[in-house]
Design a protein around this ligand. Structure first.
Ligand code: PLP
Length: 282
């Protein structure tokens, strides 16, 4: 694969960052993940908007205009194989003598890479995935897509240790999100979702799911929901750019409802696939 690093396109195995990069030393940076379908970056305006929100959150100036980002992203896509790719974009505060406070006059490190997009296997869509519930022990700026992901890494490993695909987090007993996804549940025909506040990442897929619900007359409600309500849900879903919408059919070893993907999931999944196909045809 060809990657972008600080103004240059080069092979991945020739891309290096100095060890004093603040990303390496402090986790002082932010990132984005953008799916590419048929060589078109999906929801790119939304991703660039969230990138700006993350940069503002860590007080790092955006080195590029919207137009420059689009140009670089198009070039990265063109230089890599695969009709469907996923892009990883990362910015750190740059290379400087180790000191917690912001360095003066430092150039941010900008890195972008493309990988082949692996679509969620159909079997997962049809049977659903298992999840475990965990305590959300992260900081209170989860709206920033920060590269310091240690809590998410540890919680996802807890899920994997239990043969589960995702960890569903609860902060003070209230649903927030997954270790790398947003979480929805269904109660009496209504889609329920946590609010976009500082306790969760504002998912691009989260917004799209609610947009599709709006457009197709599927009622939804945003609120704070406790663990018992989630356990008793008729359906439980997870969403992310790479996993799209997947049903969670088991939580902590217990089935959600009858343990099968529900009717609203099937409807939303179909709407999501239609939306993708429609956007790509334009
Ligand atoms: N929440 C967290 C913590 C994530 O890491 C992600 C992305 O992988 C999401 C939610 C979903 O966001 P998106 O739909 O933009 O991929």
């Amino acid at each position: 694969p060809i990657v972008y690093l600080n103004g240059q396109f080069l092979p991945l195995d020739q891309a290096f960052v100095p060890v004093l990069d603040r990303g390496f030393v402090f986790g002082d940076g932010i990132y984005e993940v953008v799916p590419v379908y048929s060589r078109l970056a999906f929801r790119i305006e939304e991703h660039l908007h969230r990138l700006q929100h993350s940069l503002d959150g860590i007080r790092l100036d955006n080195p590029f205009s919207r137009e420059q980002w689009i140009e670089l992203i198009e070039e990265l896509i063109a230089r890599n194989d695969g009709e469907d790719q996923y892009l990883y974009l990362q910015l750190t505060r740059g290379v400087a003598k180790r000191d917690h406070a912001f360095p003066k006059e430092v150039t941010p490190t900008v890195f972008m890479m493309s990988s082949l997009l692996v679509h969620p296997p159909q079997a997962l869509v049809e049977t659903g995935v298992a999840a475990v519930s965990v305590v959300d022990n992260r900081w209170d700026r989860c709206d920033i897509k920060a590269i310091s992901l240690l809590p998410n890494v540890l919680l996802r490993q807890t899920a994997v240790d239990h043969q589960a695909a995702e960890a569903v987090m609860f902060r003070d007993g209230i649903l927030t999100e997954g270790s790398a996804s947003n979480i929805f549940f269904v109660e009496n025909g209504v889609i329920m979702a946590p609010p976009k506040d500082n306790h969760m990442l504002p998912g691009i897929t989260y917004d799209l799911v609610l947009e599709l619900a709006d457009a197709h007359g599927m009622p939804y409600e945003i609120g704070k929901y406790d663990q018992e309500r989630v356990r008793r849900a008729d359906e439980l879903w997870m969403t992310s750019s790479t996993r799209e919408v997947l049903p969670i059919t088991q939580l902590d070893g217990q089935p959600i409802n009858n343990g099968k993907p529900g009717p609203l999931f099937k409807k939303m999944y179909a709407l999501y696939q239609d939306y993708k196909a429609h956007v790509m045809r334009r």
